[in-house]
Design a protein around this ligand. Structure first.
Ligand SMILES: *Cc1c(COP(=O)(O)O)cnc(C)c1O
Length: 357
């Protein structure tokens, strides 16, 4: 072995869901929004002048920070913007989790958290969710170096009440608590208001799911100005110009179209609840989702068999080969038509499987 080989920073990377590019595929595997962003975004794309690309974007992402600050009635010093919430969360880990004590997050949650902890050499403990995949809040009352919780959680789709989250924030006043609200717009209540009450709270959200903009990579954090300044200092120490000019311009337009945002959200919620009922009638257990996806398990057919059969058909869902959840599928909510095709195929497949038994 060469000497330098032992000095390479080795990490098992996060593995995103596949991005196949087949015509006719039904893509329900990465929790993207099935509807395009607002037509205001389309107008901004049509009007975007290439001459704008000569110049660096604003390093402080002023235009987008101000629009988000207005939208949430915060001061612009309380908003941090990054390249998707993955970037925002990564900067937050690097900024806040330096005590040497283990940080806490559930055994089943967004599988990027342990990757960042490994990358940044942050020790961590993963208290198990209970048998119903619920957070046991008392597990977060032990001595720790910080807490990160996704609410609603992924891939379970379950939402914890604001009171449960507040108890955890309150019990951890000596460390930073990050609440990852990637799916909050699909039916939960944000804890953003609590940043006035708790100076240790960082709330992270994204344009990728509810705002139909996964391809633009926009995420943000809301916290008190001292925490946001600390995050910006870290960001400027890695890359001053994280956000590109197109994302800044189009992101601003997306926030302005509240009506369209509410319309697509309610369509997705309606399709979700219909799909849940249909799946239940086919023998699936479906967790109570407050997200744009369903986490499901069939009473007799193993998840991997269903996953492979769907894939053969050009219908992509997500299966996690991990303890406790390897018999579940995570299914993103698509359009009504996509979900009808998906359900029709499943029904035929399940009927056939039970005949051959
Ligand atoms: C999708 C997701 C993210 C990251 O999304 P970005 O596209 O990077 O904004 C973060 N946390 C959770 C729980 C997610 O599901």
């Amino acid at each position: 072995m060469k000497a330098w080989q032992s000095n390479i920073r080795k990490v098992d990377p996060y593995v995103p869901g596949e991005q196949p590019n087949l015509s006719n595929m039904i893509k329900l595997n990465t929790n993207e929004n099935p509807y395009p962003p607002s037509s205001k975004v389309q107008n901004a794309i049509d009007e975007f002048k290439r001459d704008k690309l000569r110049l660096y974007p604003s390093a402080d992402n002023r235009e987008l920070v101000e629009v988000l600050a207005d939208y949430y009635h915060r001061d612009s010093s309380e908003v941090f913007v990054g390249v998707g919430s993955d970037d925002v969360l990564s900067v937050a880990f690097l900024t806040f989790f330096n005590s040497g004590k283990p940080i806490l997050f559930p055994d089943i949650t967004y599988s990027f958290y342990d990757v960042w902890a490994e990358l940044y050499r942050i020790p961590y403990i993963q208290p198990p969710l209970d048998d119903n995949f619920r957070i046991v809040k008392e597990d977060y009352y032990q001595d720790n170096g910080g807490v990160i919780i996704a609410n609603p959680n992924a891939p379970t789709s379950l939402y914890e009440d604001v009171n449960v989250i507040e108890d955890i924030i309150e019990a951890n006043s000596d460390v930073i608590v990050i609440i990852d609200e990637a799916y909050i717009d699909f039916g939960g209540t944000s804890v953003m208001e609590l940043i006035d009450k708790y100076d240790n709270l960082v709330v992270v959200q994204t344009f990728s799911k509810s705002r139909s903009m996964a391809g633009l990579r926009i995420g943000y954090a809301i916290a008190n100005s001292e925490l946001i300044k600390a995050m910006n200092d870290v960001k400027y120490s890695i890359n001053s110009y994280t956000m590109n000019q197109a994302s800044l311009t189009y992101g601003v337009e997306a926030v302005k179209d509240e009506k369209y945002f509410r319309e697509t959200l309610s369509k997705i919620i309606e399709t979700r609840d219909k799909t849940k009922a249909s799946l239940e009638s086919m023998g699936f257990t479906v967790l109570d989702s407050k997200t744009n996806f369903l986490f499901v398990k069939h009473e007799s057919i193993p998840a991997k068999i269903l996953f492979d059969a769907l894939r053969q058909e050009g219908i992509f869902v997500r299966h996690f080969n991990k303890p406790r959840i390897d018999n579940y599928l995570r299914i993103t909510i698509g359009t009504d038509i996509e979900m009808e095709i998906f359900l029709r195929f499943l029904k035929v497949f399940i009927d056939k499987s039970s005949l051959t038994k």
